[in-house]
Design a protein around this ligand. Structure first.
Ligand SMILES: C[C@H](N[C@H](C(=O)O)[C@@H]1CCCN1C(=O)[C@@H](N)CC(=O)O)C(=O)N1CCC[C@H]1C(=O)O
Ligand SMILES: [Zn+2]
Length: 616
């Protein structure tokens, strides 16, 4: 019949299919590495010329990818083994490169590169005509200032200089991106992104994980709110229980490590913030990268190659050129060039980021032998977790002492709680933020949130899940999502929420493999090659197998599981529950701003009947 007739035209010769794959890999390594080199030139020197070259190279590689996808569709997948079929499916699923209308395809790339430029060159001009970039100036200001009004000016100024300037561009991007993906049959951009997790129930799976972890976050939020009230005065906080977004030591309130000294539960113990010690010891960006490289070497894993040290940009250039300072890791897909771009500052926060970025490069190195289409994380959350797992060992007091960044390690319970607090301010604080970004974006891509609602829906999610509210009234001309790198950069975000859960599963697996039997939060796998083998063997799989296979191989179970994260922080949760008693939670809706003249508190008082204990 007609259908079997079509089947007959499919190529059912496996050796032909294999030679197609060989030719594809040889060709696409050349095409992709050329396109990525053009992107690198733009990211490390933002000029109109470099942007035009990058767009042109990207258009070309899209066309080659389209042709390869058409050729791949001639082959009969039903006779292939799972891995070969996986490769063909990935070759055909080219994402937004599917757009064949050159005007629309060019416009999509121009809109994206324009938003990246706005974000990466945005500055906040304060009083005396001085204009501050995000890195290092505004980042340092948020880390060190406890001046409410200075923080408020920087918070509002950054949003005016970045997000507010790209609302129309983002609206146009959403339409162009959804159109391109519809060509491949994807319902919308969010559906395409979620397909990386091989599960139709993925949204539900992450919602369940978030609900499991929410009580722990509520306890940390309550403790933090009380500590901040001591610093800024209760009148700066709305009756609704929210924490104003500019007071958490970070431009997006996404992690609160900079407040560790203010939040330390037991004073009189050594500070957990090693930034000062790093500066005192004359740390340089290069030395921080060498420290991370040494850890991978100690596990028997692959050290950074010469091309990494020669090609990377490890600190902000001083020759006046504009660069993308948001740190990133680069695979040039030629099995030779692997780089990091980072405007590294000498802080503990950047010590973490260096490990995070080098974790990506370690993954690149471990799977570089695989065919091009299988050089990816088992799922995107895996890629985000690698460096963070190493960092969980590096940050232990024992390891910090062994590298000379901590003088004494208290083994008493109080010091242990202090250490757990410093980890919670990075890992627990992040969870609702990691969860809500793509709740917002998925709803935008599927059309549930219109451009008029962009900003209101963003703050609804921030108030509901993060218990963080805007310190000043927002208007519909604001576009606060655009003030966070991953929105203009169009990088999915749920991968970080997944990573913050699974990295504790990985940490537990490595600690078990190393024979460690103590409490999970004090485990340091440095120098342990058994742990290195377990991690390396998982990384070598790349995306050649379903992520559940990689998870099973490494941890003995095939699912994401919040239990290791809960186990790690169990001692702190007890402390927080004792400290907080009934004083925790916030109203799910944002506080409203009173318009009446002369009232001293900018927030209205919600009807007392509404309990502020968080409602699920
Ligand atoms: C600092 C880090 N920069 C990202 C990352 O490293 O993931 C960069 C920018 C976007 C993607 N990216 C890459 O480097 C990819 N090429 C990696 C890959 O190959 O998949 C980042 O954004 N982080 C770290 C913790 C939370 C989050 C944040 O800071 O909000
Ligand atoms: Zn990452």
């Amino acid at each position: 019949g007609f259908v079997s007739g079509i089947k007959a035209t499919l190529i059912s010769d496996l050796s032909e299919a294999q030679s197609f794959l060989n030719d594809y890999n040889t060709m696409m390594e050349v095409v992709y590495s050329k396109s990525i080199k053009a992107a690198w030139a733009f990211y490390t020197n933002i000029t109109d010329h470099n942007r035009e070259v990058m767009v042109a190279e990207d258009l070309y590689s899209d066309q080659v990818a389209q042709q390869a996808a058409r050729n791949a569709s001639q082959y009969n997948l039903t006779i292939m083994d799972q891995t070969m079929r996986r490769e063909f499916i990935k070759i055909m699923d080219i994402g937004s490169a599917a757009q064949t209308d050159p005007v629309k395809q060019t416009r999509l790339k121009e809109v994206l590169s324009e938003m990246e430029t706005i974000y990466s060159t945005a500055k906040v001009c304060i009083g005396d005509g001085e204009c501050l970039p995000l890195e290092p100036d505004l980042t340092r200001l948020f880390a060190t200032s406890r001046d409410h009004d200075v923080l408020l000016a920087a918070w509002q100024g950054w949003r005016d200089a970045s997000g507010a300037k790209m609302k129309e561009l983002y609206t146009e991007f959403v339409t162009l991106s959804n159109e391109a993906l519809a060509i491949l049959g994807h319902a919308d951009t969010g559906a395409y992104w979620r397909s990386d997790y091989d599960s139709p129930e993925f949204e539900e799976e992450v919602r369940v994980l978030f609900e499991q972890l929410r009580p722990m976050y509520e306890q940390l939020h309550a403790y933090s709110r009380r500590k901040l009230m001591e610093i800024y005065g209760r009148d700066k906080f709305p009756e609704s229980g929210h924490i104003p977004a500019h007071l958490l030591g970070n431009m997006w309130a996404q992690e609160w490590l900079n407040l560790v000294d203010d939040f330390m539960p037991f004073k009189g113990k050594p500070s957990m913030d090693v930034t000062k010690e790093m500066v005192n010891q004359g740390y340089t960006p290069l030395r921080i990268f060498q420290l991370a490289d040494d850890f991978f070497g100690s596990l028997g894993m692959i050290r950074m190659p010469p091309e990494f040290w020669n090609g990377s940009m490890l600190e902000k250039p001083t020759d006046g050129r504009e660069v993308v300072c948001h740190a990133s890791a680069w695979d040039f897909y030629n099995r030779k060039d692997f780089r990091v771009q980072q405007c590294t500052d000498i802080t503990q926060s950047d010590l973490e980021t260096v490990h995070h970025e080098m974790g990506h490069v370690e993954y690149f190195l471990q799977y570089k032998h695989l065919p091009l289409q299988l050089r990816g994380g088992a799922n995107p959350g895996f890629h985000e977790a690698v460096g963070d797992v190493i960092s969980l060992s590096v940050q232990t007091p024992e390891h910090m002492k062994s590298i000379g960044l901590l003088s004494t390690i208290g083994n008493d319970t109080e010091s242990d709680i202090n250490f757990l607090m410093s980890m919670a301010l990075q890992k627990i604080a992040f969870l609702p933020f990691g969860y809500l970004i793509d709740q917002w974006r998925w709803s935008v891509f599927r059309g549930d949130t219109s451009p008029e609602e962009y900003n209101d829906h963003w703050w609804d999610l921030r108030c509901r899940y993060q218990g963080v509210s805007p310190p000043v009234e927002r208007s519909s001309s604001d576009f606060d999502p655009g003030a966070k790198y991953h929105i203009p950069a169009n990088t999915p975000y749920i991968r970080y929420f997944v990573s913050f859960v699974i990295q504790f599963q990985f940490h537990k697996a490595l600690c078990n493999a190393s024979g460690y039997t103590g409490p999970l939060h004090r485990c340091d796998v440095y120098n342990n090659t058994e742990a290195g083998k377990v991690l390396g063997d998982m990384l070598k799989l790349g995306s050649s197998k379903p992520w559940t296979f990689a998870m099973q191989q490494m941890t003995g179970q095939a699912t994401m599981d919040a239990q290791p994260l809960m186990e790690y922080f169990e001692p702190l949760l007890e402390f927080l529950r004792r400290e907080n008693g009934n004083d925790y939670g916030w109203h799910p809706h944002c506080p409203t701003f009173k318009r009446s003249v002369g009232d001293n508190s900018a927030f209205s008082v919600l009807p007392s009947t509404i309990s502020i204990v968080a409602t699920i």
